[in-house]
Design a protein. Sequence first.
Length: 118
Amino acid sequence: MHDDHCIFCKIITGKIPSKKVYEDEEIFAFHDIAPWAPVHFLLVPKTHIPSMAHVGPEHVGLLGRMMTLAPKLALENGCRPYPQGGFRIVANTGAEGGQEVQHLHVHVMGGPRPWLRG
Ligand code: AMP
Ligand code: ZN
C-alpha cells in the first residue's frame, strides 16, 4: 500500500510533516509546500498509485470521490465561489506531463489573481 521511498507516502503516514487539509480512509489532502496560487493544496490517494497513467476500473470510485471532494475543499480553504471565483485542477502525469513526485496527486489551485504560476 505504501512505498518506503515515496515522499507523499511519508507525508500520509506522518513521517514527514505537512499542513493537512483533509483525511479519510482512502484520501489525504495537504497544502503544497511551494504554492503557485493563494490557495494550493494536493489531493492524494492513501494507497501508492504512481500516476494517472496507472489507474484502472478498480479506481473509478476513488477518483470520483477525489474529484467531488475537490470543490468542497477548495471553498473551505479560501477559493471563492463559482463563477467569479473557482479553481484549477491539474494532474501532471509522467516526465512530459511535468510530474515530479511519483505518487498520483491532484493539484487544486485558486484564489485572487495574479498567481505565481499556472
Ligand atoms: P508535480 O510536479 O505535479 O509532481 O507536483 C509535485 C508538487 O509537490 C509540487 O508542487 C511541490 O511543491 C509539492 N511538494 C513536494 N514536496 C512537498 C512536501 N514535502 N510538502 C508539500 N508539498 C510538496
Ligand atoms: Zn507514495
